[in-house]
Design a protein around this ligand. Structure first.
Ligand code: PMV
Length: 308
């Protein structure tokens, strides 16, 4: 039996802008999707991840395409495995569930097929698999799902190696991820940004410059462990995401609840238009206060940590 895991992630800075080669910062959260793979007479996937009702059905066609892409990238002719998916990472938009499952499955199948790929190869294969879910993704999700930790990411638009650097933060920090309850379509959100950028090039150029400067400042603050500064920069990043029109009513409401209850920073995370937001809430007490305030208003939340 082959086994593998992939980390869930949260994008702290630069979602959408990373698609254009600007820097993004993302962190693994302390939750994983786990997979096993056993050679078998036919291909079967048993999905026991948390929160999969509805989601799995909606994503089944993507899941199958992603497996086809994986077999292609691995050069495997034998495509019959019993795959099991589980782990403590709940399946929801914005947490990198598809990337985590791609990495977990690629690792499990690589082991079972005796390929013994290293992390770089797994990351490459998971990127191919992600295309089934997200069209032409930047690659930040599968990178964090593979390597874990806090990651600085710059997509190489010419098709060469992406810049991937580990950021060393002094300690892990509590966050709350608030789920808007609105199902998001990242591909559509990315296309919408491209469309609006074409229509308003000057406005978008100015926003993109701010987003780039912000990522550099955020990296410095993270490395110093200056959590207050990180929070303030997250708030600024949220404003930029509002300006490129990827927030929505529910996400803005969650951001307001987080800030009103003491979060140091709060922003949309991931593709937006629904899905999740992230609030920076150092310490169990603040995390609990913010989480409960969101729950009190009917939202589902995830309490976890970055920099793990
Ligand atoms: O919606 P998510 O969590 O998969 O994040 C998407 C991030 C984008 O920057 C919007 C797209 C990408 O491919 O990086």
């Amino acid at each position: 039996m082959g086994k593998g895991s992939g980390y869930g992630k949260v994008i702290l800075f630069g979602e959408h802008f990373v698609v254009y080669g600007l820097p993004g910062i993302a962190s693994a959260v302390g939750l994983t999707t786990d997979a096993t793979a056993v050679k078998s007479g036919k291909m079967a996937v048993k999905d026991e991840r948390k929160g999969t009702e509805g989601y799995s059905d909606a994503k089944r066609a993507h899941q199958l395409e992603s497996l086809e892409r994986m077999f292609g990238a691995m050069g495997l002719n034998e495509k019959a495995f019993d795959i099991w998916l589980g782990g403590d990472l709940p399946v929801m938009s914005g947490i990198g569930a598809s990337a985590a499952s791609s990495v977990a499955i690629a690792r499990a199948v690589s082991e079972e097929a005796g390929l013994d790929y290293d992390d770089d190869k797994i990351n490459e294969i998971a990127y191919e698999m992600e295309k089934a879910f997200a069209g032409n993704p930047s690659g930040i999700d599968n990178t964090v799902a593979t390597y874990g930790g806090l990651i600085w990411f710059e997509k190489n638009l010419a098709g060469g190696q992406n810049k991937i650097e580990k950021i060393r933060a002094p300690s892990a920090v509590e966050i709350v991820m608030g789920n808007s309850g609105v199902v998001a379509d990242t591909k559509k959100m990315v296309e919408g940004v491209a469309e609006r950028r074409k229509q308003h090039p000057e406005k978008y150029d100015a926003i993109f410059k701010k987003a780039e400067a912000l990522a550099f400042k955020a990296r410095e603050a993270l490395e110093k462990g200056d959590i207050g500064a990180v929070g303030a920069l997250m708030d600024e990043n949220h404003k930029l995401l509002q300006e490129i029109e990827v927030s929505c009513k529910e996400l803005d409401e969650l951001v307001e609840i987080a800030k009103a209850n003491g979060a140091l920073g709060a922003k949309v995370t991931g593709g937006g238009g629904g899905g999740c937001m992230v609030a920076l809430t150092p310490g169990k007490e603040l995390q609990e206060r913010v989480a409960q305030a969101m729950e009190g208003r009917g939202f589902k939340v995830l309490r976890t940590r970055i920099g793990v």
